[in-house]
Write a protein that binds this ligand. Structure first.
Ligand code: PEP
Ligand code: MG
Length: 835
């Protein structure tokens, strides 16, 4: 093949690419070429070829010409922000064009005024396949004049970028307001080049190599699109994590407009970092294992007229419907999870802002249903836009309420859902009321979106339905009727597995059912290890309903009442009386069993709109946990007053979150003593600490001198020990409490506590992790506070363990080098001692 000539697509001053005032181009992140400062208003084809992409804003065009040369022409700098204003496309994607053919016309003056520069890079994006022999720069060129001269490059031998090994994938939502256009494509390519792994971005089943900016542009990825980042090769996991982090950073192109951000996609669970062939990964919402047939549930929007029949009539209809809905929400069976959700819906129903919005629309002549829907949607959008997963998940409750009200207003009913036995239900998202209406034939849930702490997740866990959420768009490729193995514990759903895999899954289901039945039968029995060591089997609570479930499952008390959860959905601080009533109700439900009430753990990942905590750059390292109580003494004092008023006296113990130094504990103790004196309380009140900071673990011996007990919050301890944000999907695969560093901190805690004869518990996620429990017992932990439904399994497991064996096991684990090695050791221990 002879030389290839790209002719000038514009009339203008041709200059070196180094002169472009944008590092993406001058740094040749997208390839090599020339730039033109235009004097004309039309972009022309620089060669014969096919239009590969035309950005939605019409400011950038790519085409493939002779010999496969791929050329990007980018009209101006930052022109993507104009959203197409001032540009008129004259061709479309896929069209064959001839050299000199007009491609885009633009308003030279208007665009020039709106952007920093109109300089137009003309870039060969597959420059590695070509050698640029000459460019024409430093003078004015006319359309059609020779600009870039190329020869095909000698083929190079690919050495290190061949895909190999398992493919790692993770989902991410696009936060860049203009999606993936030239600049993000360049930055993704640059980031990917730092790794030897081959990597791709996958959207709707189409994938593009990160090495090809044009392939990336061709995916047409827009704001809020969900894509997968995939990589294969020795450093694939690191490559995926880095690319996800880059995309999630928004690359300084965040959506600052009012457009609501949909619920963030939570991280896939660590166990699913490497996704086996034929499987999809999601985030664990409710544990368990099931197999069955896929069935999609797609819920269409209900139709309501836009215009009403007069303000008076529509106002009355809306008022009546609200009354009917209110009455419905105040009745119903007392199924614990359902009651909690009805309370949440009732709070929304009477929200003044929501009602104001709906009645205002009715006042403008709208139908009551239409008005209600738009008020609900506006509020749901603003909740999603708050950027906090918990609030975004509450938006689902609002949409649920919208639907129920529309049924009342239209006199219709939600169609009863009927399923074949063994149905694994797939959906984009599910509403809480839909989950409550499922029949016993549904054995599991798999959702494309959703969050692991949503009401849907809580309900699924309560109903014992294994559930995965946030599986991403790849889930839509699963057909109705496909056979599925849902391994929620490992964050995986296997699609159309082999007959062998199905056989072993059947055996797992049978084994688990038998083990669960046996555990439940013995749930109320005492929890003692095989060699006679008493281990307290407690439950973590966030509501009265959790306490009911904990009691049903044989919990011996609560090792952690997350008081902030009781008041999460409020816009005003709870009064002392309201707090006292709730703590009292939880205590009464536990029928005298110990209740460890954790002081408010607000801040960081747990916001409370009614506490004035300024936005922080590093909230996890800022005003959170007990630091809030000490900074706002009235908040601490009111909570202490409420706890100390609970009867019977002594049932409640107090636990201080996020302690980092003795002074914090002493300050709280001083307040406890002062308030006890003020209230005339004379009984002893145990005051313990959570060990969640490495500082607390390392100085446990010092702290234990002042604390009545220590309870390890392994969720935060892991986050702070490994310096990995527990809410950041980019590092989620690395957050594992079985990392040897965390185990050493647990060992330091138990050693420090033993020096002062204090007991140590664990109330973080490790207490509900079967592989972790033998290690925790081996390290000297004597109380485990787990998810309420896990308590029977926890007790059953402890009864089969010998603490002496666990000690030897833990000693071995402390010598290992990684969490993966510890998990392998823990699996071997399970096979050897628990098979
Ligand atoms: C923990 O950090 O392990 C813990 C139990 O507290 P939370 O998860 O509520 O932060
Ligand atoms: Mg914590």
């Amino acid at each position: 093949m002879g030389s290839i000539i790209l002719t000038s697509p514009l009339q203008g001053w041709a200059t070196a690419i180094d002169d472009v005032p944008d590092a993406v181009f001058s740094g040749r992140m997208l390839g090599d070429g020339v730039a033109i400062d235009p004097l004309g208003n039309t972009l022309h084809a620089p060669c014969d070829g096919e239009i590969l992409t035309l950005h939605a804003s019409h400011h950038a065009v790519t085409l493939r010409g002779e010999g496969g040369v791929e050329v990007l022409m980018h009209l101006g700098i930052d022109t993507v922000a104009l959203g197409g204003k001032g540009f008129e496309p004259l061709v479309s994607v896929g069209e064959q064009v001839t050299r000199g053919q007009p491609l885009v016309r633009f308003d030279l003056d208007a665009v020039a005024q709106a952007v920093p520069s109109l300089i137009t890079p003309v870039i060969v994006t597959n420059a590695a396949d070509f050698r640029i022999t000459r460019t024409e720069t430093g003078r004015v060129v006319g359309v059609g004049e020779g600009l870039i001269y190329l020869d095909p490059a000698e083929p190079m031998v690919e050495v290190s970028r061949e895909p190999s090994g398992d493919r790692v994938t993770a989902p991410v939502r696009i936060p860049m307001v203009h999606g993936i256009h030239a600049r993000p494509a360049a930055r993704i390519g640059e980031a990917a080049r730092a790794f030897t792994a081959e990597s791709w971005i996958v959207k709707d089943g189409c994938e593009a190599s990160t090495r090809s900016p044009i392939a990336l542009l061709k995916l047409g990825i827009r704001l809020h699109d969900r894509v997968e980042v995939a990589a294969s090769g020795s450093d694939a996991e690191a490559a995926v994590a880095a690319l996800i982090a880059l995309i999630e950073s928004g690359m300084d192109e965040h959506d600052h407009a009012a457009t609501p951000a949909p619920t963030p996609i939570p991280a896939p669970v660590a166990g699913a970092a490497v996704i086996p062939e034929g499987a999809l990964a999601g985030a664990l919402a409710a544990p368990g294992f099931a197999m069955g047939q896929a069935r999609w549930l797609r819920v269409a929007d209900m139709e309501v007229p836009v215009d009403g029949q007069g303000e008076v009539q529509e106002t009355q209809r809306l008022t009546d419907a609200l009354a009917t809905m209110r009455a419905r929400l105040s009745t119903g069976d007392d199924d614990s999870a359902g009651a909690a959700i009805r309370r949440a819906h009732a709070a929304f129903l009477d929200d003044p802002a929501l009602q104001l919005g709906a009645f205002a629309e009715v006042g403008q002549g709208r139908d009551a249903g239409h008005a209600w829907r738009s008020a609900c949607r506006a509020m749901a959008d603003s909740m999603r836009a708050m950027g906090d997963a918990r609030f975004a998940e509450r938006a689902d409750d609002l949409i649920d309420l919208e639907r129920q009200m529309l049924h009342i207003l239209t006199g219709t009913q939600e169609e009863a859902l009927r399923f074949a036995p063994g149905t694994v239900l797939l959906a984009d998202e599910l509403l809480p009321s839909q989950v409550m209406a499922l029949d016993a034939n549904v054995v599991g849930l798999v959702l494309e979106r959703g969050g692991p702490t949503s009401h849907v997740a809580i309900l699924a866990a309560t109903m014992g339905l294994p559930a995965l959420v946030a599986c991403g768009p790849a889930l839509t490729n699963v057909a109705d009727g496909a056979t599925l193995i849902l391994d929620a514990d490992n964050g995986l759903v296997h699609v159309d597995p082999t007959p062998q895999a199905l056989n072993s899954a059947g055996a797992v289901v049978a084994r688990r059912a038998a083990a669960r039945a046996a555990a439940l039968a013995a749930a109320k029995d005492v929890c003692v290890s095989r060699d006679g060591v008493r281990i307290e089997a407690f439950a973590n609570l966030g509501s009265v309903e959790d306490a009911v479930i904990a009691m049903e499952n044989g919990a011996e008390g609560s090792g952690l009442l997350r008081t902030e959860f009781l008041f999460l959905d409020r816009d005003r601080a709870p009064s002392v009386e309201q707090q006292a009533a709730l703590y009292g109700e939880v205590a009464a439900t536990l029928q005298g069993r110990p209740l460890i009430v954790r002081l408010l753990d607000i801040g960081g990942d747990k916001p409370a709109s009614y506490l004035p905590i300024a936005a922080e750059e590093n909230p996890a390292l800022g005003l959170r946990g007990i630091r809030v109580g000490l900074a706002m003494p009235h908040v601490l004092d009111e909570q202490l007053r409420a706890i100390l008023s609970v009867t019977p006296h002594g049932q409640c113990r107090i636990m201080v979150p996020m302690v980092a130094s003795v002074a914090e504990l002493q300050a709280v103790r001083a307040r406890v003593d002062a308030i006890k004196a003020e209230m005339g309380v004379t009984h002893p009140v145990e005051l313990g600490i959570m060990v969640e900071t490495p500082a607390a673990a390392v100085t446990a011996a010092t702290l234990a001198r002042h604390a009545d007990f220590l309870s390890i919050g392994t969720n935060d301890l892991t986050q702070y020990a490994l310096a990995m944000d527990r809410g950041n999907p980019a590092v989620a695969a690395g957050i594992d409490g079985l990392h040897p560093a965390v185990l050493h901190l647990i060992a330091l805690t138990t050693q420090g506590a033993q020096a002062h004869k204090r007991w140590v518990g664990v109330c973080g996620g490790l207490a509900s992790d079967r592989l972790a429990i033998p290690l925790l017992l081996g390290l000297g932990v004597t109380e485990l506070s787990a998810a309420p439904r896990f308590v029977p399994d926890l007790k059953a497991l402890v009864r089969r363990l010998s603490v002496a064996d666990c000690r030897a096991h833990a000693a071995r684990a402390l010598q290992l080098e990684s969490a993966a090695q510890v998990r392998t050791l823990a699996r071997r221990f399970e096979e050897e001692f628990l098979a």
